[in-house]
Design a protein around this ligand. Sequence first.
Ligand code: ATP
Ligand code: MG
Length: 902
Amino acid sequence: METAEIRRRWLKFFEDNDHVVVPSAPLIYDDPNLLFVNAGMVPMKPYMLGQQTPPWPRATSVQKCVRTGDIEEVGKTSRHGTFFQMNGNFSFGDYFKERAIELAWGLVTTPIADGGYGLDPERVWPTVYEDDDEAYAIWHEKIGIPVERMTRRGKEDNYWNMGVPGPGGPCSELFYDRGAQYGAEGGPAVDEDRYMEFWNLVFMQDDLSQVRSKADFDIAGPLPAKNIDTGMGLERMATLLQGKDNLYEIDEVFPVLAKAAEMTGRKYGEKSGQAAGQSHPDDVHLRVVADHVRSSLMLIGDGVTPGNEGRGYVLRRMLRRAVRAMRLLGYEDKALPELLPVSMDRMKASYPELEIDFPRISQIAYGEEDAFRRTLGAGTVILDTAVTKAKQSAASTGGGQATLAGEQAFQLHDTYGFPIDLTLEMAAEQGVQVDEPGFRRLMQEQRDRAKADAKSKKAGHAHTEVWRELRALGATDWLAYQGLSADAKITGIVVDGVQVPELRPGQTGQVVLDRTTFYAESGGQIADSGVIAGPYGELPVRDVQRPVKGLVVHTVEAGEHGLTVGDAVEAKVDPEWRVSACQAHSGTHVVHAALRQVLGPSALQSGSYNKPGYLRLDFAWNSGLSAATRSEIEEVSNLAVRQDLPVSAQFMTLPEAREWGALALFGETYDEQVRVVEIGGPWSRELCGGTHVAHSSQIGALTLTGEGSVGSGVRRVEALVGMEALRYLAKERMLVAELSGMVGAQPGELRDKVDALLVRVKDAEREIARLKQEQVQAEAASLVEQAQDISAVKVLTHHAGDLPADQVRSLVLSLRARLGDASGSVVAVTGVNAGRPVVVIATNQSARDRGIQAGALVKQAASVLGGGGGGKPDVAQGGGQDPSKVDEALSAVACAIRQTLD
Ligand code: ATP
Ligand code: MG
């Protein structure tokens, strides 16, 4: 049975049993404690914790999950994917243990012909928590599972809690006996590969007062409303129903593996047994490729981009591990362009948006592979050198274990983008350990630094608890689209992360209103500016954030007077500010559409920022834009402004929006109802929660001010809009007028005039150099007269003043020629070039015959000048630092000649 069909049957079964089907949340979810959604219950947490009233008593979902902790297991066990889908059914204070077990049993054992999964009931082995007699009795008595197939397990395996006080409860897990070829008999306690866990039922019944660890907690009493949370691994069920040995061989994964095998010329499975423990390393590599390519596809699809921290690092690590596994299999070409489309092709049945979004997804993935290929070269050399050194030092200190320092591992990570596990692997291949704790310490230090940097504003995002408490009092009635001012009541005040009854004079704090017109920073648009007008006057609003969904928080300076919870106030957005903010945000959409019109649809926005008058937009593109292309983009943008296109916003479901071709901004999580902003109908359609002008002409004017690279495959354009654009242009015009005045030309002739001036400057410089040369040569004639006679050798020393080295040299050579060959002669001339002394010395043949070497003399002179130099016996040149020493240097030369000749 295909995975998509298993999924369909799941949803139908639970829908038929009165569950509301809830779509999967994106992998990045609004939960500060989680890197990625890692279980079906994550989006349900607020209902489980009693923070929000569940909208339905029963729900079911197929949730996308990523478990980074399982990355090391991939390919080595038969059942762990980094990405997988968890099918869940949930009851919020509705049915409990007995019904949950009946439902699970029903779906699993109903024959395939009747819509179920048709597993052999005799091979299902349930486990229960050691103290859960109730669950044991239901399985044994109601369902009829014989006691031989039932196992009681302890807290580690069969008790669920969240690590914090709150709900918890025993679990019951379902295992399937895959047969003797997969391992030893005896149930899940003996072999979890042969007996594969596929479904976990959690019975949330206890209220935990203290949780010290997974297996050490105190139960305060029963929960008032008991919940059911279950998770069935979709891929694991597919493994069972498709009769495969492991989850890398199911329909959604295997085609990538097969492609990788074809590319590397391997015969998958040839050298492995059926049980996971009998896997050949080549097959493990192939499974890693298949798994990681799929996970990367899903992660990028949900807005993750490769980076060195957090989510981005997980993605980077997976992409690089996949590429690296291909290399270990002998494949050195670009691999992802072959593999990623295969994965997309398999996944699009369940996630059609992947196909629509594939140009963006693939560009990010391929860009990362290219970057890795480049760094792999440089990094490998560094690593090899470090490894060799580590080995040598281990050998010289008595042959202990060779260890690579944490600093080196850190440098490889930081500078060359080597994931630590790659360093570990590559070092291990050469028998060298890595000081991993040292590496982790340095990573932590770097993280702390980054945190300190980012600490700045972001109103209290850290104190999530406070916001959740305030949110529980009700959502802010958000009126930013409706108008600029609203009467409101203060419902909460927070100072330094703590709820307080009043904001006292002089304090800055966060103020929550029951309703507000202020736009909270999001989607690249910065927060509105304005005031909260209270009983004692107007207090400026410095920032507006939405720390949790539905709650708008204003950072306010109290000034001389304060504010008290319960005060009636007026929220007033600065109208000028808002007009400019709307211009900037609509301008961003216009530039994005213009970019795609001029460059093509793959020039997709990857991030943006806008504030009154200014916008910038990052987009996927590999090369710089020519001046002509930039002008064209500007022209298309301003034409759109001038055409006065209508701007409109409407709400619809995400699938509808995608159908409509609306571009989603990644890194954002979207609600079920999304807002689509259009400019000129289909010309620009984006998912966006920002504030916009009503007609494109209200943007006024738009001018691009910059374009550059901000990372591999990402460019940034910056622009000014509205009055800012006009002021910028006015300033440029002023500058042109000033320059024209300075050079005495009309603005239209400025270019030719400056061109001509530059030519004249060049000519003049050349002329000056020529005159100087002439002057120097003219002086040469009189200089010859000054040569002194030292033991029948003519010695001429001279300081020429400011003169570049090449001219000093030609002067020396012409002086030596003028002195002739009748007797021995030596010429030594110093000059100063750009503040630094130079010295050139030449000898003729008869001087050299008497032992005088130009090279040796230059060395001596240069050492006086505080530098160095050298050359042949006939001509040599040197220089130094201290121009005041030139006379001293020339005397030293004369003195050395005298000594040689004596
Ligand atoms: P295991 O012990 O096999 O790692 P688990 O106890 O971590 O599983 P749960 O947290 O109970 O699993 O998750 C519920 C279900 O999700 C499991 O029964 C299994 O079917 C599925 N599942 C969990 N982790 C993975 C994974 N890495 N890949 C695929 N399916 C998984
Ligand atoms: Mg697990």
